[in-house]
Write a protein that binds this ligand. Sequence first.
Ligand code: NDP
Length: 285
Amino acid sequence: MATRIDGKKLSAELLTSVAQNAAEFQREFGLRPGLAVVLVGEDPASQVYVRNKTARATESGLNSTEYRLPTETTQAALNDLIEELNSDPEVHGILVQLPLPEHLDEEQVIAAISPAKDVDGFHPENVGALSVGKDALVPCTPQGCMIMLQQTLGNLSGKHAVVVGRSNIVGKPMASLLLQANCTVTIVHSRTPEPEKLARQADILVAAVGIPEMIGSEWVKPGATVIDVGINVIERDGKRKLVGDVDYAAVEPIAHAVTPVPGGVGPMTIACLIKNTLLAARAQQ
Ligand code: NDP
């Protein structure tokens, strides 16, 4: 049976060391690292994510401020707020929770955030730096996945990694980080013929698709390490349930290690956001 990779425990350890670092920062510079979290609209899942992010940030000794804007907020008003936060010396990290309401242009919003304060790592400057292997603020979810992989497998060099999904926020940066760690990387997406065949060659399989329990046993090589990024809400036996993109029960008997949902990648994402805020704060001071 596969080992369950405990994202809750790992994230708690990471947050403890970040909290120590935040306390040192406050002693050195006389202020706490500042995180501004912006939420536009009423999306229930986004509200939960934002609440969790600000709670963990506060617990870790950051000065975390939430900006909740109505759905009908204009692009100009959102840009003005970002500009204000960009020039506020007490704000070191800015996160605009995605997705935004349809009338707002996500690309424009991401580009408006100062790259030095872009703790999500989505700004084109940070994306470019990551892809050429320079220091950058690295997107939180793939960063968290890398920590879990390194904890589970140690050195990743020479391993074949298959990433299912090619989004800008998960799949692509995940592939860049695996490549930097000297893996051989294959990216599988919706136009890939017979994706299971490719996935079955993987020592490391990362699922970031957004389809509940799509990755069954036929996708997994015996002994592979499986990272499940998916967060999907489904109805089962009349109850709402959170499941990943991986069918955990089917994969557990075959894999070497698997992340659960919930309690896997999710908590690591938040811990890496707090870590990025501290890195950004130190760089700015
Ligand atoms: P996107 O919808 O942006 O991307 C999904 C990707 O999956 C696309 O590249 C798509 O391919 C690919 N895909 C869709 N269907 C298939 C298929 N049948 N076979 C192979 N590939 C397929 O999603 P995100 O990357 O934003 O998120 C993925 C999942 O991760 C979601 O469940 C999301 O909720 C979760 N998530 C979790 C986070 C966490 O903290 N744990 C953080 C961020 C996301 P194509 O490009 O060809 O359309």
